[in-house]
Design a protein around this ligand. Structure first.
Ligand code: PLP
Length: 387
């Protein structure tokens, strides 16, 4: 086996068909979408075609989609944009302790700007209770922001119910669906979503491009001022090739979503049951069933997740601890700590994230190597028990 890639929650391989769709936009179809001539019109029409595809895949109208430079920008635009534009109505934001840093750090910044933020707790599986949301949301709440699915442990939140609670109190509902789009069905209308963040590189599209769904009545303030692109919400000449790539990646993923999700789920379940039954002192982080089809997140007592990632890497298997994707920090994951885990337990975690390109042979290879890798590290570990 060559190299095996099980870090698809960090990023995915760009589908060759996506690369093929993007290439002409670097050469003969290089026009600026704002130009009046045929080069410009061609680029503008292509962006609108991608907007249709992205909108359709989450049940929205194309004009409610704003292209951005990725999930982080979509989260910032949604949260900062919504609260600054509506601050005459209140100053309160509700989010959760397990959000991605693109949401958490944005909320922390907003606390320095006079906003009050409630960080909802989660249970041991990483699930937010609807009762807690009801208690937290008040008439002063401008925005509730809760992710559709967690990037570390894959837990899926009851977003439809949370959106309803937000709306009952007149608050907007934003969800970071960066990990969820194309992995679990989303319908922004039925799910009571006003703002939804997406990113292309998590679904076999290119890096540096994403989108924000913005319900047509919702007012937001832009983060950047300039030429007024994207309805004045995201000035800067559009990333035409990136947007084309995002549209193509979503079109491909939506075209075979049902069977892809089923296959990933069966690989995930096989991994979970073989690891838990075959490796002593191993545990599953997150919920057994309310989890993304492509996420298995384990905890192995007495070893460090980072050592295991390196041990597996030496056998050609790419995984992650799930917590250090952006900063390379060795701090225990804020998500696992919020689930009530002790830091020393959280440190032994390993995230295995699949994609629609994952094969049964790759799963077999991983399951063959993992028990030896864990045993080898336990052999040299100074910690032999939690006593
Ligand atoms: N939100 C979640 C849940 C993510 O997993 C990520 C990426 O790791 C982001 C936001 C940020 O997306 P991007 O890398 O496109 O800025």
């Amino acid at each position: 086996m060559n190299r095996v890639y099980f870090d698809n929650s960090a990023t995915t391989m760009v589908d060759p068909k996506v690369v093929e769709a993007m290439l002409p936009f670097f050469s003969d179809r290089f026009g600026n979408p704002s130009s009046l001539h045929s080069f410009g019109r061609e680029a503008a029409n292509t962006i609108e075609a991608a907007r249709e595809i992205v909108g359709e895949s989450i049940g929205s109208r194309s004009k409610e989609i704003v292209f951005t430079a990725g999930g982080t920008e979509s989260d910032n635009l949604a949260i900062q944009g919504a609260v600054f534009a509506n601050k005459e109505k209140g100053n309160h934001i509700v989010t959760s302790l397990i959000e991605h840093h693109a949401v958490l750090h944005t909320c922390q910044f907003l606390e320095t700007q006079g906003f009050k933020v409630t960080y909802l707790p989660v249970d041991e599986y990483g699930i937010i209770s609807e009762e807690d949301v009801k208690k937290a949301v008040t008439k002063r709440t401008l925005l509730v922001s809760v992710m559709t699915a967690n990037n570390e442990i894959g837990t899926i939140q009851p977003i439809r119910a949370i959106g309803e609670i937000a709306h009952d109190k007149g608050a907007l509902f934003h969800t970071d669906a960066v990990q969820a789009v194309t992995k679990t069905p989303i319908d922004v209308v039925k799910d009571n979503v006003d703002l939804l963040s997406m990113s292309a590189h998590k679904l076999h599209g290119p890096k540096g491009v994403g989108a924000l769904y913005l319900e047509k009545e919702v007012k937001i303030r832009p983060l950047m001022y300039g030429g007024g692109h994207e309805r004045g919400l995201r000035s800067s000449t559009e990333n035409v090739s990136g947007i084309v790539g995002m549209g193509k990646a979503m079109e491909i993923a939506m075209g075979s979503m049902e069977e892809d999700v089923e296959r990933m789920r069966s690989f995930r379940d096989r991994m979970i049951s073989e690891v838990l039954s075959g490796i002593p002192n191993s545990h599953l982080n997150g919920h057994r069933t309310k989890r993304l089809c492509n996420n298995a997140h384990f905890r192995f007592d007495f070893i460090e997740g980072e050592s295991l990632v390196l041990q597996l890497d030496s056998k050609g298997i790419a995984t992650s601890t799930g917590s250090a994707c952006s900063t390379k920090s060795l701090d225990p994951s804020h998500v696992l700590l919020a689930c009530g885990m002790k830091p020393e337990h959280a440190r032994g975690s390993l995230r295995v994230s699949l994609s629609r390109l994952t094969s049964a042979e790759e799963v077999d290879y991983f399951l063959g190597i993992l028990p030896e890798a864990v045993a080898a590290l336990r052999e040299i570990s100074p910690v032999k028990s939690w006593e």
